[in-house]
Write a protein that binds this ligand. Structure first.
Ligand SMILES: Cc1cc2nc3c(=O)[nH]c(=O)nc-3n(C[C@H](O)[C@H](O)[C@H](O)COP(=O)(O)OP(=O)(O)OC[C@H]3O[C@@H](n4cnc5c(N)ncnc54)[C@H](O)[C@@H]3O)c2cc1C
Length: 263
């Protein structure tokens, strides 16, 4: 029976995708061209974690792996109601791909005594969606992805989730500890209260943890521990598509035959 559960929420700072530009020469994101904001799907993750606390008690701790400026997203997390927040920061993390990123977040979750880790569906700057399953894999924990509703069953050491699947949904129960990635748009984020906002901006200081603090060696993280290789990049021009309206199945078959794609 899990009483007083600790729910850790992964939140990431990303460039505002309404304003970010791509460097035409290198094809890379010009991160400096846009203000940094909280990854929008992580607002849903925060709301899902807070709903778990509303229903079952315990503590919600927001965690971000990033540079010191990422403290801003932790302040937002505290403003909407997180009890605490931790900045996982170290020069050794530079250049980490999803493998060391998920290893780092896994180690942080374990150090913070997490029973549940809640993440967003994906980020708007890298959008691999690999980090939540990666955290679960590193820890050997259960994972639930595309969760659209959560129900704590902590007296049975379980979490029940409704998952979005093609054509419908399924309800699954996972043993704790568990990593959950919530479906974007399914958890309407609550607004920050004024007092909480003031507290977050003026008094709150996040816990700051380095690689060593969470039991990682420098060689386990950063670019040297990142197996991803970017083979190249190209800008793809939008394709002009032809459109034709047909009256029925017969006309559709004729139109398809004319394309030569089907005989
Ligand atoms: C070769 C390579 C080098 C890279 N070098 C850099 C670099 O130098 N600097 C850089 O900023 N990025 C770098 N990246 C991008 C970085 O690896 C990814 O941003 C990171 O691994 C997270 O992956 P994602 O954004 O696809 O997360 P997703 O898997 O799409 O995220 C899903 C969820 O996981 C959680 N999450 C993800 N990342 C974090 C985080 N950092 N903190 C807390 N929660 C999180 C959030 O809840 C998020 O909604 C590099 C990527 C590659 C492939």
């Amino acid at each position: 029976m899990t009483t007083d559960p600790t729910v850790v929420v992964g939140v990431k700072q990303v460039p505002d995708d309404d304003e970010v530009r791509i460097d035409p020469d290198t094809g890379h994101l010009d991160r400096a061209s846009a203000p940094a904001v909280l990854n929008p799907p992580d607002r849903d993750a925060l709301e899902a974690a807070l709903q778990l606390r509303d229903a079952a008690g315990g503590t919600v701790v927001a965690v971000t792996m990033g540079p010191p400026t990422a403290t801003d997203v932790l302040e937002e997390a505290v403003a909407v109601g997180c009890d605490d927040a931790a900045l996982i920061t170290d020069r050794a993390f530079a250049g980490s791909d999803t493998w060391p990123t998920s290893l780092t977040l896994a180690a942080a979750a374990e150090s913070l005594g997490a029973d549940v880790v809640v993440c967003g569906e994906e980020t708007t700057d890298s959008s691999t969606g690999q980090v939540p399953p990666g955290i679960a894999a590193h820890l050997g924990w259960a994972q639930v992805t595309y969760a659209e509703a959560l129900e704590p069953a902590f007296d049975e050491d379980r979490l029940v989730a409704r998952r979005d699947v093609e054509g419908g949904y399924e309800v699954v129960a996972a043993d704790l500890p568990v990593v959950v990635a919530v479906a974007y748009g399914e958890f309407e984020p609550r607004p920050a209260g004024l007092h909480r906002k003031l507290y977050a901006e003026t008094e709150f200081e996040p816990l700051e943890l380095s690689a060593a603090d969470i039991g990682l060696d420098d060689e386990e993280v950063g670019i040297g521990a990142s197996p991803t290789e970017v083979g190249g990049m190209e800008t793809v021009e939008p394709v002009e598509r032809e459109r034709e309206t047909v009256a029925g199945a017969e006309e559709l078959a004729d139109a398809l035959a004319e394309t030569g794609v089907v005989g």
